[in-house]
Design a protein around this ligand. Sequence first.
Ligand SMILES: [Zn+2]
Length: 252
Amino acid sequence: MKPEEINAAIERATEILVAARSVVALTGAGISVSSGIPAFRGAQGLWERYDPDEYAHIDAFRAAPEKVWGMLGEMYAVIAGAAPSLAHRALAQLEAAGRLRGIITANVDGLHQAAGSRRVIEYHGSFRQLVCLNCGRYYDIAACVLPPAGIPRCESCATVLKPKVVFFGEAIPSVAQQDAVTAAATADAMLVIGTSAVVHPISDLPALTARGGGTVIEVNLVPTALSRRVARISIFAPADEVLSEITRRLMA
Ligand SMILES: [Zn+2]
């Protein structure tokens, strides 16, 4: 996209967002890359070194949790060292100004909350909490022993703890699913940021907004399955730049 095309698309997006009564954002891995978290599927991604079938499936975790924690420990070290991006901060500002009803995120890094966003639906769960699959007890990850120091275990029953993230083979938590569907279906506008929205069932959400008469605005680096179909406006540029600019204009 040429700079003047990006500018024109931002202008159109801003007009829609000004007029909209209910705006939601749907965010994915792309919004956290400049925070220091490489996309898991990308060249530097974890799935280049760890086979997802062996490490990201719930059956793999149940069978060999200590082994899977080798990968999880590495993943959490990256997440713990990350800071919110300009795009995370822009969304928090929009919410505080009453311009954004909430965020649905595929990310488990907690960076929206770290930026100050309050209404966040964590569609794939959160890495900030651990859960005991045996007795159901929850733990704040900051209070747990992690690799390389050790493997986190339940204080009540000594079972190896699992991050409260949705593994392959696990269902989306029903509350998150219902909240996300309601938010998407009733939104006048949805900002899709940093996700190609191809992984089912999160991929259904932009179409829900469009079907309800809402406008889908996509901010991605490259064209996706949403472009020219579900998205009425596609802005192919870095999320940090686009969101900062949209926020600047909306607050003016
Ligand atoms: Zn337990």
